[in-house]
Design a protein around this ligand. Structure first.
Ligand SMILES: Cc1cc2nc3c(=O)[nH]c(=O)nc-3n(C[C@H](O)[C@H](O)[C@H](O)COP(=O)(O)OP(=O)(O)OC[C@H]3O[C@@H](n4cnc5c(N)ncnc54)[C@H](O)[C@@H]3O)c2cc1C
Length: 255
């Protein structure tokens, strides 16, 4: 029996990874924007791999705010919550609240169930960059990086890469620096996140989401980091709208 347990896990995982050596879209980070984008792309028939550095996907959803595990969303997000099967309550001022655990679990389930492959415990440490275009990601086990082991990574080819890695936009910043390229931002580089301003931050998250380099898109807090906009606290409508917008733009590009 032990041999069957180990053999089954190894061959299933190997099949899954092997099938993702070339994907349409590599999503970096399984927070709300990355998960919704992956869900939309997978149900549109695209081959999607999501790489999540942490053991548990869901990014910053789980803890709500200050560990009060509820999140706020604008009423317009009700159809997305309904689609995902997430219940919500009116909270006044045009807002809803939803259980953070239910939201995280639903987005993870919907993305994977629609066909996106989610690799948790895997960090994107770099990208493949050829002829001025991002065309894949360079991955390694998070544990290898945490332990600072001198172990070479593996590569995954992708027609598009989405940086949905959250605050500070580390990945996009690294790509721009290493490749020596100008990003599609007012300064040509990562501008850094600004202080709290909920209304402006929510709208900016949507406006800032999109392509920043050929082959590279940004969504969620990474988009705000790259294009220098305001943080907005534990309100998640902007994150979801950002993921949905980028999925639409990527579908337009890929056809
Ligand atoms: C410490 C902290 C501070 C927060 N501050 C704010 C705030 O100021 N304003 C606000 O609106 N919300 C804040 N939040 C709430 C909430 O996290 C975010 O609004 C929301 O979750 C951001 O969604 P996102 O889609 O950008 O990705 P996130 O939820 O940030 O998720 C990004 C995911 O990407 C993964 N990741 C990052 N880099 C890599 C990589 N190289 N390879 C693989 N995986 C990677 C991370 O492990 C994470 O799971 C905060 C949350 C946390 C935990």
């Amino acid at each position: 029996m032990e041999r069957a347990i180990a053999g089954g896990i190894i061959s299933s995982y190997y099949r899954k990874l092997q099938d993702c050596l070339e994907v349409d879209v590599a999503v970096v980070g399984a927070g709300p924007s990355g998960l919704l984008c992956a869900w939309d792309l997978a149900r549109a028939g695209k081959k999607v791999a999501v790489f999540e550095r942490a053991l548990r996907p869901g990014g910053g959803i789980w803890g709500g705010a200050m560990l009060l595990n509820e999140v706020a969303l604008q009423q317009e997000m009700r159809p997305v919550l309904d689609e995902a099967g997430v219940r919500c309550l009116p909270a006044g001022d045009g807002l809803l609240t939803a259980d953070a655990v239910e939201l995280a679990a639903a987005l993870i389930y919907q993305a994977v169930h629609a066909g996106a492959r989610l690799f948790n415990g895997v960090c994107v440490e770099d990208v493949i960059f050829k002829d001025d275009r991002v065309c894949g990601v360079v991955i390694n086990w998070s544990t290898v990086l945490d332990a600072n082991l001198p172990v070479d990574p593996l590569m995954i080819g992708a027609r598009c890469v989405l940086d949905a890695g959250g605050h500070d936009a580390h990945l996009t910043e690294r790509i721009a620096r290493k490749a020596g390229v100008r990003l599609d931002t007012p300064t040509g580089s990562v501008m850094g996140e600004r202080p709290m301003w909920a209304e402006r931050g929510e709208q900016a998250t949507l406006d800032n989401s999109g392509p920043v380099l050929p082959g590279l898109y940004v969504a969620g807090m990474a988009a705000n980091g790259v294009r220098g906009s305001f943080r907005m606290g534990p309100i998640f409508g902007g994150m979801l709208r950002s993921g949905r917008k980028v999925a639409r733009l990527i579908l337009e590009e890929l056809g």
